[in-house]
Design a protein around this ligand. Structure first.
Ligand code: RP5
Length: 159
């Protein structure tokens, strides 16, 4: 099966946190592809990559970046698949990643990026949100998401 979710991140230094999104997708049985591309350092490649997504069967994009985090917005600008943006706290982050959060979430009207929390929780939630979108047309995946919620509740109730 071809990748249903595409993950893109602004730097290889984002890899350890975005591995959480990859593991979450894998746990839910969702095929994904991963690229490192930068809105600022490789703008032409971002455009080419984004324009090819739908034609090769990708349904949802997860885009992560830190600092002046324009990657998710750039991917959203070049095509119309849903884009989930993960703001990351880079080494020189302002206020724990507030710079990336605002850069990702403050999209102009007409070109949305569904923005999740900064860092690890955001990486996990981006994968779960992508799964929830795919589950709209996949009953088995919906079942796996329900099981995941039930396990989470059980861990809270019986620590
Ligand atoms: C962003 O700048 C990347 O997404 C990363 O979070 C941050 C730092 O990148 P490097 O300088 O480590 O490549 O573009």
């Amino acid at each position: 099966m071809s990748a249903q979710v595409a993950i893109v991140m602004g730097s290889a230094s984002d890899g350890p946190i975005m591995a959480i999104a990859e593991e979450t997708l894998k746990g839910l049985g969702i095929e994904h592809e991963t690229r490192v591309l930068s809105a600022h350092r490789t703008p032409d490649e971002v455009r080419e990559w984004a324009r090819g997504l739908a034609d090769r069967g990708v349904k949802v994009v997860i885009a992560a970046a830190g600092g002046a985090a324009h990657l998710a917005g750039a991917v959203a600008a070049h095509q119309t698949l849903p884009v989930i943006g993960v703001p990351l706290a880079s080494a020189n982050a302002i206020a724990g990643g507030l710079d990336a959060l605002l850069s990702t979430v403050q999209m102009p009207r007409g070109v949305p990026v569904a923005t999740v929390a900064i860092g690890e929780a955001g990486a996990a939630n981006a994968a779960i949100l992508a799964a929830e979108i795919l589950a709209l047309s996949d009953e088995q995946l919906r079942g796996r998401l329900i099981t995941m919620r039930q396990s989470m509740a059980a861990r809270i109730l019986s620590p």
